[in-house]
Design a protein around this ligand. Structure first.
Ligand SMILES: [Zn+2]
Length: 276
């Protein structure tokens, strides 16, 4: 069989396709067989979810709560909260990177407490973070403190409350996403048999009282918190556990507990990344 002199049906299709091509989006669809180009339809969710979360490009800030100069609460054994936060946040950032979230940034801030909050927010916003996670360890209002002696030093503790807790702000522009991540993290922590701190709904907590948004996974509402309300990205604050509770302080010092929490964060992040 020789070459046909007249244009074949196939070459007519090719010409039509060539004319249509400039209208097609500039993407890899140009490489698919011609019949498929002609039939291609936009994905129904294309407008709702234009960007798929790629872990390597997902910009996570792991914020170390407090500063060396203004180190937060004292533990029952007189260690500063900042040291607990730094150690756990480092582990979480390392874990996230090892799980493919290579654009994770550990944020350590210097200086006095209040200005440091705005430094954190500015750093996260300037960096165009996708998710901001602030790491803290919990204590109690002063009225609950009891005295004891630890290594010869007068010290304070309260064994009355324990557990982790999660906070989100309704003032955050990505409130729904913040709540979604907090729930995922709360679920991961619950799956590790950890119990969240229940006292924040109680009247005796006074100005530390908060609405419980998720009863199952321990997510509270804390609208005014600077790092949650002023960040443009989704933002969640994790109180990883109480260091004023003598038993829980020891647990928070254990590499096993730290590993459990870091693993929970990485697990929640994977699920969040798949859905947002
Ligand atoms: Zn704190």
């Amino acid at each position: 069989m020789g070459k046909a002199k007249r244009p074949s049906a196939r070459s007519i299709v090719a010409i039509v396709v060539a004319l249509l091509l400039p209208l097609a989006p500039i993407d890899s669809s140009h490489a698919v067989p011609k019949r498929k180009i002609v039939r291609a339809k936009p994905k129904p969710n294309a407008k709702l979810a234009p960007e798929k979360c790629e872990p390597a490009n997902f910009r996570i800030v792991v914020d170390v709560g407090h500063t060396a100069e203004s180190p937060g609460a004292d533990s029952a054994r007189n260690d500063p909260e900042f040291a607990f936060n730094l150690r756990l946040a480092r582990l979480i950032a390392t874990k996230l990177k090892s799980e493919g979230f290579s654009t994770t940034r550990l944020l350590v801030t210097e200086g006095r407490a209040r200005p440091s909050l705005f430094k954190r927010v500015n750093a996260a916003n300037d960096w165009r973070a996708d998710l901001f996670l602030s790491i803290h360890h919990d204590a109690v209002p002063d009225k609950f403190l009891e005295e004891w002696e630890f290594e010869g030093a007068r010290s304070h503790f309260s064994d009355r409350f324990s557990g982790h807790s999660l906070f989100v702000s309704r003032q955050n522009p990505r409130y729904a996403a913040s709540l979604a991540f907090a729930r995922l993290l709360g679920r991961e922590l619950k799956a590790q048999d950890l119990t969240y701190a229940q006292q924040y709904t109680l009247p005796l907590m006074g100005r530390y009282r908060h609405d419980l948004l998720d009863k199952e996974f321990g997510v509270y509402r804390y609208d005014q918190l600077v790092v949650l309300s002023r960040t443009k990205s989704a933002a969640v604050l994790l109180e990883a556990g109480s260091i004023i509770n003598r038993d829980e302080e020891m647990a928070m010092n254990s590499p096993e507990r730290q590993e459990v929490i870091a693993t929970a964060v990485a697990g929640a992040m994977k699920e969040f990344c798949e859905k947002h």
